[in-house]
Design a protein around this ligand. Structure first.
Ligand SMILES: Cc1ncc(COP(=O)(O)O)c(C=O)c1O
Length: 310
């Protein structure tokens, strides 16, 4: 294994409003796996990189937006593994110097290919991918966000590293690949609260779609989904949107609980956790929050907002 997921400690966080309810809060700090290949990024890349190596490919080709955590993680993981990397970036108007994420990817040896938004939309089309494969035969292709079967299987391992048996697990969702992996490893009494960071997005529907593609029987999927709740009120207006309430909570978590969160994913999920505990009047439980990383981007946002944290 290239990076050690045991570096991801489980941190106990004592928040008065939770301890008053006899709730024990544990945080699986996957953000600590590695600075760049952090959080769910390494979980999703791990078996994809193994596959790349066993297929004897020279590197990984993948896709991402201008500030993509996944592009950076892929560039860094490939650099560590001695593999080449190519990143197809959404936006032909961009270049290597457009932001620090792209610059860092380039420094880590990633070849960046800037494509129009229209071309980028084709990134999941069979024909387009076949064309790319012909153009780059030595490269193993990983979808945007590392969101494929092997990505999900990597995320299935998260709970196996936890000594305790939490009653409720909380995680943020973009594509729901991480949540799908966790869902597969739940025992029958555990509940999974998934907090989508996009507006009008149902995590349960997306998990259903992901598991259906993986050839699970409908009955089995229904059984898994009985343990999952999609908490759809915590997107703060949609992807990459945030407000002062969210930034204040993140600041409080950083200074009071030594827990760094980001405003795009983990901050929203953490806000959802605190709110749902009150709303559902949860008591006497152990809750596990999965820290999926994203702190690289968070630093930039807090600098922009002129708040001195991180
Ligand atoms: C920091 C962070 N947390 C959570 C997610 C959501 O993961 P998923 O797309 O597997 O739902 C992402 C996106 O990959 C992310 O970058």
């Amino acid at each position: 294994m290239l990076l050690c997921t045991q570096q991801s400690i489980t941190q106990e966080v004592q928040i008065q409003e939770l301890t008053d309810r006899n709730i024990r809060l544990l945080v699986k700090r996957d953000d600590l796996i590695h600075t760049e290949v952090s959080g769910n990024k390494w979980r999703k890349l791990k078996y994809n990189l193994d596959q790349c190596t066993s297929l004897k490919k020279e590197g990984v080709l993948t896709f991402g937006g201008a500030f993509s955590n996944h592009l950076l993680a892929t560039a860094s993981a490939c650099h560590l593994a001695g593999l080449k990397s190519i990143g197809f970036v959404r936006g032909e108007e961009l270049n290597v110097n457009s932001n620090e994420t792209l610059l860092k990817c380039a420094e880590l040896g990633m070849k960046l290919v800037f494509v129009s938004r229209d071309e980028y939309l084709l990134k999941e089309e069979k024909e387009y991918l076949e064309e790319l494969q012909l153009k780059f035969p030595g490269f193993y292709m990983v979808p945007e966000g590392g969101s494929n079967y092997l990505g999900m299987i990597g995320c299935q391992e998260i709970l196996s590293e936890i000594q305790e048996t939490p009653d409720i697990i909380v995680v943020a969702a973009g594509t729901s690949t991480t949540a799908s992996g966790i869902c597969l490893s739940l025992d029958e009494n555990q509940k999974l609260w998934v907090v989508p960071v996009l507006k009008s997005y149902s995590a349960t529907e997306n998990i259903r779609a992901i598991l259906s593609r993986t050839a699970f029987e409908t009955e089995m999927i229904d059984d898994y989904l009985e343990r999952v709740t999609s908490l759809e009120e915590y997107h703060f207006g949609g992807y990459a949107k945030y407000d002062i309430t969210l930034l204040n909570l993140i600041e409080e978590c950083f200074f009071k609980y030594d827990l760094p969160l980001d405003p795009i994913y983990t901050g929203k999920a953490f806000y959802g956790l605190l709110n749902e505990v009150k709303k559902q009047d949860v008591k006497d439980k152990t809750i596990l929050f999965i820290h999926t990383g994203g702190l690289w981007g968070a630093k930039k946002i807090f600098q922009k907002e002129k708040r001195a944290i991180f």
